[in-house]
Design a protein around this ligand. Structure first.
Ligand code: 48F
Length: 254
């Protein structure tokens, strides 16, 4: 076999071009590839929902890679241990109810689960705005290449339509803030101080449809609600991603 550089280029361009075209209309878009977004996308994919995960950075994983203060370990509490098992993430019991896992393995296994479930990934892609038309629902995303955003270039974006949008953008709750900024009836209170017990016990109540067509999960859910942060305990992120997937699937009638 003699390698042809142009064939390699054509393979990449044709495949990714087709993937983008195939996802210009989809059931669900998950914005943000941190733990909540990955869990949500993987479980939506498993339910047969046509779903893409859009991540502005080069790498998927959000704030999970770094564990706690760059010690690449995460803690998961008893309530979420079944999700470590479900995604095949190895862990050790530390004290009763506290389980420690490797953050790199957790990102890898969640990402692999989403891939296996048919989720399409669009990394290096920033959601810069949302579409809301006459029916008052969030009906799609306005996207651009992250390097365009970073360089401050004036390049018009493209759009992707989706029936349900999941804001999994973490502490900044970027998508919810876009709705608020543009005058939608949504108040983003902003996250509160660190209180792991409170933050983890309330996150499922905050994981919901906060505006027609827009669901929030992970730290974005707590940020919208003005709820506390929790630091490097990740059970709430996984449970919230799971809850968001259930709510979206229900909304889609799956
Ligand atoms: O921050 P992130 O990991 O969100 P999460 O799933 O998890 C929070 C934890 O990592 C941790 C914590 C819990 O223990 O407190 O911080 O709630 O991931 C959010 C992802 O969203 C991406 C961002 O790059 C990150 O990977 N993101 C943010 N804004 C945009 C975006 C945007 N406008 N378009 C695309 N991706």
């Amino acid at each position: 076999m003699t390698l042809n550089e142009v064939t390699i280029s054509r393979a990449i361009l044709e495949e990714q071009h087709q993937a983008l075209i195939d996802h210009l209309e989809m059931d669900a878009a998950v914005i943000g590839g941190g733990p909540s977004g990955l869990a949500c996308a993987a479980l939506l994919g498993e339910k047969g929902v046509k779903c893409a995960l859009i991540e502005k950075k080069l790498s998927i994983g959000g704030g999970m890679w770094g564990g706690g203060m760059m010690f690449p370990r995460i803690v998961v509490q008893e309530e979420a241990r079944r999700l470590l098992d479900r995604f095949g993430i190895a862990y050790k019991a530390f004290e009763e109810g506290y389980y420690v896992a490797k953050s790199v393995e957790a990102v890898a296994k969640l990402t692999a689960a989403a891939c296996d479930a048919g989720v399409e990934f669009f990394n290096l892609t920033t959601v810069e705005d949302i579409m809301i038309r006459g029916n008052g629902r969030v009906g799609g995303l306005v996207v651009n290449w992250t390097p365009v955003d970073m360089a401050g270039l004036h390049v018009d974006p493209l759009t992707m339509a989706c029936t349900c949008t999941v804001d999994a953008t973490g502490h900044d709750a970027m998508i919810a803030r876009m709705v608020e900024k543009k005058g939608g009836a949504l108040k983003v209170k902003g996250e509160s101080f660190m209180w792991a017990e409170r933050a983890e016990s309330q996150i499922l109540a905050h994981t919901k449809e906060v505006f027609p067509g827009l669901f929030v999960t992970g730290m974005a859910a707590n940020a919208v609600a003005g709820e506390c942060r929790m630091g490097p305990i990740f059970g709430g992120m996984l449970l919230s991603g799971e809850r968001a997937a259930e709510l979206v699937a229900e909304r889609l009638g799956r």
